[in-house]
Structures are given as C-alpha cells and as structure tokens.
Ligand binder design. Structure first.
Ligand SMILES: NC(=O)c1ccc[n+]([C@@H]2O[C@H](COP(=O)([O-])OP(=O)(O)OC[C@H]3O[C@@H](n4cnc5c(N)ncnc54)[C@H](OP(=O)(O)O)[C@@H]3O)[C@@H](O)[C@H]2O)c1
Length: 310
C-alpha cells in the first residue's frame, strides 16, 4: 500500500494544492473523479441527468480581463478537480464570458462543464445578437442552459432560446431573478410550463422562495438553480468573529461557507447552488458542502434561529 494515499490524506492534499492554485496535472485527476462520486448530485427533472449540487458563479469579480487571468483559470480548474461541473455566467458580467471561455479552452474542459449563461438585453434581435457574442466568447457551439436574465423581455427571448434548443444549440431553457418581488412572476412562468430551470435567490436571510416558488417548481418538474447563496458575501460579515456552533459538526460543517450552503442544500427542491468566488480555497470549501449528510428539517430550523440570534 506504499504508493496509495488514504481518502483523508487525499482530501488534505487536494485542499492544500487547490488553495495554492498548483494542482499537479498527473495522478490527481483519477483520484478527483473517484472523489466526485462521493459528492451530492441532484437530478434535472426534465431529463433525469444528474449534476453536482454546487457549482461556480461569476458575477461579481470574475470577469475583469485586465486582472489576473491565471487566478481565475485556477479557480475553474479547481472546480473540476474537486468534482464540480456547473458554471453560471452572463454577457453582462463584464468580461466573465471571455474569461470562462478562454479558461475552458486552455484547460480542454468544455466537455466537463455544465455551462449556463443568459440573454440579458431588451429586444428580440438584440437578444439574438447577444447570444451570438456569447457563443463566440465562451468558445462553444452549445450551452447547457440558456436563461432569460431578470425577466427582461421574457417572451421574446424564450422564443429564441426554444429555437436554439430545437437546433441542438441549447440543452435546457431557463429564467433568472434574484429579487423577491419577481417570485410571483416566476411562479406564473413555471406554471405555464415555459421553462426547465428557474434561477433565484435563497439563503438563510432570504427564504421567500420557500413559500410559493420552490413548491411550484417541484409540482411542475422545474429544476432550481440558487444564486446569491451568501447574500453577495453579507452572510460572512454577519458571522465575522463568531464561532460556528459545535452541533453543526454533526452534519459535517467546519466553516461558515459550509454552514450556509448545507442549509440551502437541505431543501430537497434545490437542484444546484452557484456561489460566486475567484478564490480556489473557497471553491474547495464550497464543493466540500457536498460531502456528508445534510441537516434535517429540525436542524435547519435550529440553524435559522442561531443566525437570527447573532
Ligand atoms: N439575476 C441573476 O441571474 C443573478 C443575480 C445574482 C447572482 N447571480 C449568479 O449567482 C452567483 C452567486 O451570486 P454572487 O456571486 O453575487 O454572491 P454570493 O455567491 O452570495 O457571494 C459571493 C461572495 O462570497 C464570497 N465567498 C464565496 N465562497 C466563500 C466561502 N466558501 N467562504 C467565504 N467567502 C466566500 C466571495 O468572495 P471571494 O471571491 O473572495 O471568494 C464573494 O464575495 C453569481 O456569481 C451569478 O453567477 C445571478
């Protein structure tokens, strides 16, 4: 057994290497694949396809091409090494599509990636033109998921996205928002059977989608992608300097990142969460939320009470 490492040793090695952005290109790959089978996957209702239930968002600071590209490439490489596949981006996230496209190309990783982007402009033809730019910048001829961004010209863009799907250039049709006031409008579109994915905000501080949206998604076979799981980083300000409660270790929580992600994953109607980060050690932490058991409903209630009391 001299040349073999234990799972515990691998996890330590993987985390340390990823944190430094220096994962070796040999050996680790096969171990990472073995490791990915340990990760929580959730099923896309429309097809039965399974995806790892945490991915990577690119909205806030990911898309500045004038900044360190290699740092962002390492972040994406770490996502795959850790067993994640889902990346969410948009043509309006600065240069994020260009950064993601170049990284996937250089890593030869397009096939490993469940790639989601958006139509984010008013006007049907403007949307078509924007999609053309997204295919070019992301260096791909197919999106796994194309979403209407923030209910902007929804009907016109859904028509275009369905056309792309019929042509084999899009796999799933979606709609996004991150503001409570659009929850009811999203429910209407879910109930009308027009989408396969809904993207919305859900975290311990904003649980409004629990009321109507998540049940509607479940009842209508719509998969759910959760954005802003950390309140754009505000949850970490709220917990800064505070100890994680000891009882959270019972369900594998050793960081605040896992505390918040495991809460959201604990809702059975959540398909995938896309926390935003440019840091490899945060990717390792976030994917780590997919290991071990999830909190029960009683434990989730205790988590909310704990956070509200801070
Ligand atoms: N309407 C829409 O379609 C819509 C709206 C909003 C967001 N989104 C999507 O959802 C994604 C997520 O939202 P978001 O990026 O705005 O906010 P978020 O995921 O709630 O929070 C991101 C912040 O959390 C920090 N972070 C990430 N992982 C961490 C960890 N394990 N420990 C400590 N800090 C951590 C990041 O800092 P570091 O970079 O330093 O790690 C960043 O400051 C976006 O990137 C985007 O893809 C879509």
């Amino acid at each position: 057994m001299k040349n073999q490492i234990t799972r515990k040793e691998f996890l330590k090695l993987s985390g340390a290497a990823a944190g430094a952005g220096i994962i070796a290109s040999t050996g680790i790959g096969s171990l990472a694949r073995a490791q990915s089978s340990d990760l929580l996957h959730r099923t896309i209702h429309a097809t039965g396809e399974k995806i790892p239930a945490v991915g990577l968002g690119t909205a806030q600071t990911f898309g500045d091409l004038s900044q360190d590209f290699m740092m962002r490439r390492n972040t994406i490489e770490t996502l795959f090494k850790e067993g994640g596949t889902v990346i969410d981006t948009a043509p309006t996230y600065s240069d994020a599509e260009k950064v993601v496209g170049r990284a996937l190309d250089e890593l030869g990783a397009r096939d490993k990636c469940f790639l989601a982007t958006k139509t984010s402009i008013s006007g049907k033809q403007a949307g078509v033109d924007q999609n053309t730019g997204s295919f070019r910048d992301l260096k791909t001829d197919k999106f796994d998921l194309l979403q209407v961004h923030n209910h902007r010209d929804t009907e016109a863009h859904l028509d275009t996205i369905n056309g792309l799907k019929a042509d084999g250039k899009v796999r799933y049709v979606g709609l996004t928002h991150s503001r409570n006031r659009l929850n009811d409008a999203a429910v209407d579109i879910i109930e009308a059977g027009k989408i396969e994915f809904i993207q919305c905000q859900y975290n311990m501080f904003d649980r409004s989608v629990e009321e109507r949206l998540l049940p509607a998604a479940r009842d209508n076979g719509v998969s759910v992608m959760i954005n802003v799981p950390f309140g754009r980083g505000r949850v970490f300000q709220a917990t800064a300097g505070k100890e994680i409660p000891e009882w959270a270790a019972d369900f594998g929580v050793d960081t605040w990142g896992k505390f918040f992600l495991k809460y959201t994953l604990g809702h059975p109607d959540v398909t995938v969460i896309i926390p935003g980060t440019i840091h490899t050690h945060h990717v390792v932490d976030n994917i780590g939320a997919l290991r071990g058991r999830l909190p029960t409903m009683a434990e989730r209630a205790k988590m909310v009470a704990f956070v509200e009391d801070l």
